[in-house]
Write a protein that binds this ligand. Sequence first.
Ligand code: SAM
Length: 305
Amino acid sequence: MTGSEDLRAAPSPEPLGPEHVVSVATMTTDPTTDPTPDASNGVERRRWNDRRWTAIWVHRERFTSSVTEHLLAHLAPAAGERILDVGSGGGLATAAIAESVGPTGVAVGADVSVPLCELAYERAQQAGVPNASFVVADAQHDEIAGAPFDAAASQFGVMFFDDPRQAFANIRRHVAPGGRLAFVCWQSKEANPWFVGDALAPFVAPPPPALGKRPTGPFSLADPGETTQILAGAGWTDIERHPYEVVVTAERDAIADRDQLVVQGVGPEELDAAWNALQAAIAPLARPDGRYDAPLAFQVFTARA
Ligand SMILES: C[S@@+](CC[C@H](N)C(=O)[O-])C[C@H]1O[C@@H](n2cnc3c(N)ncnc32)[C@H](O)[C@@H]1O
């Protein structure tokens, strides 16, 4: 999408039918490959399309699913509404949104990951939620079928844009004037001791951002002032932030597992050392029953289009 087209003035289309389920939006590039190393969102696009990573990701959902009730409380979906879920992943929040808008409403999950859209679709079918559909799309650029939406939502799906202002402007173009935005992102790394990235840093350096692009990752929207500025710069108004802290009890693989070391690029000779470092990092969270108590510090941002 060029950025000049205003989708918000478009007449409301018919509800999405089965032909829209797991469709590929008008993507500017192939979601799974990226011939130019500095192409937009190339690093994240590759990561989230790596089936080894998405297999690990489903264990991490125990964290993300624990915040859905807070997202829904701020999103306040009403019966019959059309809602876009950005970075919908395995689709559990999209399905919850679809159920909350009822059979006359629609929830469209948009995600850059082909394997996660496939998983989300299968789950929605199995759970009997026909009004949840999923499209493969880069929310920073692409036009997502079904606009204008009454609201856009996201549960930890908006921290991976290498140009967040452009991305939030593109999301806003999909929402009707005066429509709502509600998304969850993490507070600071320091407030989230379950994060093991620093323990792994000596073994595998995080990929550098593309030239002239912003670093992406779980804490990229942690700074409230900066995120407010990004949203305002993208045209959103009435911006509010609501911080939360909860403790989630989960199995170890909700936080870390050995498979992730290989996927993240730790060499075979360093696997044991990296695994020990990772286990040491999460040891303070261990419970006597073998599970872990992870404090999650997150925030919900809300705004109007
Ligand atoms: C942390 S996961 C959250 C998934 C899901 N919302 C949940 O709560 O479990 C982040 C998701 O954002 C998606 N994502 C990353 N960059 C994206 C982009 N540019 N456009 C759309 N989705 C993106 C990833 O593929 C991934 O599914």
